[in-house]
Design a protein around this ligand. Structure first.
Ligand SMILES: *[C@@H]1O[C@H](CO)[C@@H](O)[C@H](O)[C@H]1NC(C)=O
Ligand SMILES: *[C@@H]1O[C@H](CO)[C@@H](O)[C@H](O)[C@H]1NC(C)=O
Length: 371
């Protein structure tokens, strides 16, 4: 998405597989000219910001305010009230925008802390010089998921250079009036909500795999209803990585990768000598991606949910059924075109890119950006 203007909000649900923890992910959408500084003149103008999707009211809107940069707890990772700081604006005064620094904790926690202290909006100052990119804020545990749903104030990531100007003016005691506009950052009423699900077909990694499978099973019903009703548009994703060039002929790479080291997954049992190998997981992940592609082409993307849950039940590693033969019976039972799926999968032994997995790796690169 880059810095291009986008009018669609994308929500993420599900698991961040690379991190191997359950995560609820909030996404920031980059908006051009979404933050306007009204005064003082030295920094007057419009600036880009990446607006967080939590806390944005369902309708679009804009909010004026004055910027405060707290004297302590500048990253906003701790409760502001513990240090007696309040951002509640006196009646008749402009709402308070709290400026906090990026780092040390998740975006959502900063916003939650500021909200509890009375802030009307939060600006997070980037700490590296970079173009604002679409940002995701993964949450590591269930406790954060609880407060995310209670965040009601908007938040936005701003560029480091702009943040420094802001701080300078605020620290000089000037009153900075701004206006944050997120009208373009929420889905339009006639738009579908888009979301992405990061998953894996691996069913033998203990607790984490069990959690993922349970999640997919539990969520399937609702996901299919929403998709069939045209309320959502989802895309499943699978993580792979590549073997460093120097190691492509090593035993590890050969057992974990397909397409000559281009797409790899860890050995499910972490034991190279027995059971399934990483490449078995990559191949099944690829099959599931192709199931989605083929199902989506026939305008029935929700069949993916049937495939992955059926495959889990019928073809588990434990019963030594995690293979093509078993997958084919599931494909057949769902009336999917197996030739199309095979064509999509290509030749895993070929020394060439697989377009489907290549696209996944590219998506991954822009996805794993951490607070
Ligand atoms: C979120 O709000 C609900 C309803 O007001 C409340 O019951 C719950 O305790 C709140 N959660 C947190 C983490 O404050
Ligand atoms: C799924 O189909 C829709 C509508 O035809 C399309 O816009 C979307 O890009 C497709 N998704 C993928 C991942 O191919």
């Amino acid at each position: 998405m880059g810095v291009s203007k986008t009018s669609k909000a994308t929500i993420f649900l599900g698991f961040l597989w690379l991190n191997l923890f359950q995560s609820v992910v909030g996404r920031f959408v980059v908006e051009k000219n979404s933050l306007r500084v009204v005064s003082p003149d030295v920094i007057k103008g419009t600036y880009d910001s990446a607006i967080g999707n939590f806390g944005i009211p369902q309708y679009g809107g804009s909010i004026p305010g004055t910027v405060v940069y707290p004297k302590e707890n500048r990253k906003g990772c701790r409760n502001f009230e513990d240090s007696g700081t309040s951002f509640k604006s006196k009646s008749g005064a402009m709402p308070t925008f709290v400026l906090v620094d990026r780092g040390d904790c998740f975006f959502a926690l900063k916003v939650w802390n500021a909200q509890n202290a009375g802030a009307a909006a939060v600006l997070v100052a980037d700490d590296v010089d970079e173009r604002l990119i679409t940002m995701d804020s993964p949450e590591a545990d269930g406790s954060s998921a609880k407060y995310i749903e209670n965040i009601t104030i908007p938040s936005a990531l701003i560029e480091k250079s702009f943040a420094e100007k802001l701080k300078k003016v605020v620290n000089a005691g000037e009153m900075v009036n701004v206006n944050l506009d997120w009208r373009e950052a929420v889905p339009h009423p006639d738009d579908r909500v888009e979301y992405e699900l990061w998953t894996s077909s691996n069913d033998e990694c203990g607790f984490k795999c069990d959690m993922l499978m349970k999640y997919v099973k539990d969520f399937k019903g609702a996901a299919q209803i929403l998709e069939k009703g045209g309320y959502t548009q989802f895309t499943p994703h699978y993580i792979t990585w590549y073997c460093p060039q120097a190691f492509t002929v090593s035993k590890q790479c050969k057992s974990q990768c397909i397409n000559h080291g281009r797409y790899c997954a860890p050995d499910p049992e972490q034991d190279f000598s027995s059971g399934y190998e990483g490449k078995d997981v990559v191949v099944e992940n690829l099959r599931q991606l192709c199931v989605f592609k083929v199902a989506n082409e026939t305008n029935k993307p929700w069949v993916w949910w049937d495939y992955v849950t059926d495959f889990q039940i019928r073809c588990p590693m434990k019963e030594k059924k995690y293979n093509k033969e078993c997958a084919d019976t599931v494909i057949k039972s769902l009336g999917l075109d197996s030739r199309k799926i095979e064509k999509c999968m290509g030749d895993p032994n070929a020394d060439e890119d697989n377009p489907v997995l290549k696209e996944e790796q590219d998506a991954q690169a822009s996805f794993f950006i951490f607070p």
